[in-house]
Structure formats: C-alpha cells, structure tokens
Design a binder for this molecule. Structure first.
Ligand code: ATP
Ligand code: MG
Length: 351
C-alpha cells in the first residue's frame, strides 16, 4: 500500500452529483457537489428535510442506485475510488467494507423466514461463513446488538419494533464492515426505544471502531449520537461541523430553522415549523436554493450559488499566517471543521 492510500480517509466522498432521468427526458438533480469524510469510530449525521437527498447519497455510497440514476464524483474507501469501475468497484466493498441499514429495514424482514436465517443470508451469499460457523456468527451478532441468541429461531412478527431494528443492524454487521450507513434507524420508534438504538449504534462505533453515517431528518437524533453533522438542503450540503458548534453557533438560516423545529427531549419547548417548501429539483435552481424561504435573503442570493466556506479564520489558517501563540507548529493543513454555504453568513462576518 502506498503512503497516500495508508493515510487516506476510511471513506471519502467528493464532488458527488447524482441525477435521475425522468419521463419526458427531464433530469432531477438529487445530489449536488456533496463532500464527506468518515474515519474509524467517527459518527457523522446527515440531516435534512424529506427529499433533500440523504438516502440518494447513502445509496450512491453503497453503489445501489436504481438504473434510472447516474452519478459522477468520487466515492473512495481508503483511497481506492469505487466510481470508475462502477458496479465492480462497489460490489467488492459492499457489505464487507460498507454496509447499510436501509430506511424502513425493520419492516422489510421476510415474514416466513426466521430472523436467524435472514441474518445468516448475507454471510452465506458472500462466503464469509457457512453451516455451523454461520449459526455461531448469528448468535454472536444477536448478542452484540442486545438480543438473546435463542431468539434466532423466532419469526419477525414475534419481535418488537426495537428488536427488529436491532436485528436489521445485526444483519448489516454480518460481514464485519468498517463503515455503517444507517438510514432513519429510529423513525417510527418511541422515544425510549429510539434512545436505546442510538446508544447501541454509539457503542458499536466505540467497540468495533465502526464509522457511522447516520441519516435522519431529526437533528435531536444527531445531537444524541454524532460528533459531526452535515446539513443537506435541496441536494447540497449547506453547513457542516461539530454538532456542538452548530448547536451553539449555526450559521445557515436553514440549520437554525431545523434546530427551531426540533422538539426538545421533554417536548415542552414550542416547535416552529419551517415555512415554505424546498424547490422542485427537476427545474434548474439559480442562486441559493433556500432563498425563497430565507429571512436573510438579499441581492447576491438571487443569482449566485453560495459555496461551502470556512466559518472563521481560526478554523482554516492560511499557510504562513499561523498565530504567534503556537510558534512551533506548522501551518494547519487540516480541513476547516465548520463550513457554511450562505451569502448572508459570509457578509455578516465581513462587516
Ligand atoms: N428513483 C427515483 N426516481 C426519481 N427521483 C427520485 C428517485 N429516488 C429519489 N428521487 C428524488 O430525489 C430527491 C432526493 O430523494 P431522497 O430519497 O434521497 O431524499 P431523502 O432526503 O432521503 O428524503 P426522506 O427524508 O423523505 O427519506 C427527491 O426529490 C426524490 O423525489
Ligand atoms: Mg430517505
């Protein structure tokens, strides 16, 4: 392995564009210029309203887009770009390196097969275990997600929603992936069970060194689980950073509106819904996609698309301008941690 590959991020998504061919020759641009990285043990939330492109991003990383979709950009595991080889590139990494708990997975079990049989299936398909070894691994996986091993012989309808979601996570972990994409893993679960599933995901990242991309429309879920968050709006990442930084100092008006629309855990805070609706992604979006809903919109937002930029000079130190308080360190080559794509935010900083 070359030095570059050894130091490359575990997962790197860069310049990702995904579009769907619609009847009549139109195109729907679901994901635009998305960039993300994930390292072992890191928990990143991908959050946004319905239709913002979260599932499409995750399915692209799995190489499981429908045939009506096309994608461009980079999806790399430890520096190996999976996109050029398309199907072949993804197939060799799917489930063994990158696994996904699909949106609605806990309701997608085959009702006439036992849970244990269904967890064993991907192992048998990938040849990672067969026969008694597969059975032993199913028992181990069930215990790992907090289900007694004896429950392997039960059918999905005998499980509660929370247990089915645990089983769906066990199934995704069957081939010992390094990266887990979990798409809305707690939607439709009550608050207590939701917290247990989020604790489980956090524990798995710590114990197994799993990198987690947690896809959700709920910032509260991200706040309970993740270190970092990327906020998607109309197919683009509009703000990215540490969850605590965004919680205290969200720069994008959409992120602030999302926080305002997130009920607190005890439900005693008023919840403000975000007025208006996202743009039709089958029509070209000129300028900022959030402009029609934005309380801060001004002239540049009409025709100039904002791009992600560092929030403050301290997070992205240009070479040669290292502060004197750290005289012995090299200029930072670390990517900026807090980024925002908003003309109003950058204009406020400039004044
Ligand atoms: N197979 C498809 N064909 C055409 N358009 C699609 C297809 N799948 C998704 N889209 C469109 O792509 C956009 C992004 O959808 P996606 O499912 O990724 O959003 P999401 O953020 O996961 O939403 P949700 O929170 O509802 O799950 C939407 O406009 C959606 O209608
Ligand atoms: Mg989705």
């Amino acid at each position: 392995m070359t030095a570059d590959l050894a130091t490359a991020p575990l997962l790197e998504v860069a310049g990702l564009h995904v579009w769907f061919e619609l009847p009549g020759g139109r195109e729907l641009h679901a994901v635009q210029d998305v960039a993300l990285t994930l390292e072992a043990g890191q928990r990143v939330g991908l959050v946004g309203e319905s239709g913002s492109g979260k599932t499409t991003t995750a399915l692209t990383i799995m190489g499981l887009l429908p045939s009506s979709a096309a994608a461009a950009g980079r999806v790399a595991v430890r520096g190996e770009d999976l996109m050029p080889g398309l199907e072949n590139g993804f197939r060799s990494h799917r489930w063994t390196d990158i696994a996904m708990v699909f949106q609605g997975a806990m309701n997608a079990f085959n009702p006439v097969r036992t849970v244990g049989w269904q967890i064993a299936e991907p192992m048998i398909a990938h040849g990672t275990a067969t026969g008694s070894a597969a059975k032993a691994r199913v028992a181990e996986l069930l215990e790992l997600v907090g289900i007694p091993a004896a429950a392997a012989t039960r059918y999905p309808h005998e499980f509660s929603g929370g247990m089915r979601q645990r089983a769906a996570i066990a199934m995704a972990l069957a081939c010992e992936p390094k990266i887990l994409l979990a798409d809305e893993p707690t939607t439709a679960l009550d608050v207590m069970v939701q917290a247990q599933i989020l604790d489980l995901l956090t524990r798995l990242c710590g114990d197994l060194g799993l990198a987690l991309l947690l896809v959700t429309h709920d910032l509260g879920v991200v706040a309970q689980t993740c270190d970092d968050v990327a906020v998607m709006y109309a197919g683009e990442i509009v703000e990215r950073g540490r969850i605590d930084a965004l919680f205290h100092d969200a720069e994008h008006p959409y992120t602030r509106a999302l926080f305002a629309a997130t009920p607190d855990l005890y439900g005693d805070e008023p919840v403000a819904s975000i007025p208006g609706s996202p743009p039709d992604l089958a029509r070209p979006v000129v300028g900022c996609a959030y402009r029609p809903r934005c309380p801060l919109a001004f002239a540049p937002c009409v025709d100039v698309r904002p791009v992600l930029a560092p929030v403050s000079a301290t997070t992205a130190t240009p070479p040669g301008t290292q502060p004197l308080t750290e005289p012995l360190t090299e200029p930072s080559t670390e990517p900026a941690r807090h980024l925002v794509a908003c003309h109003a935010a950058s204009s406020a900083r400039a004044t």
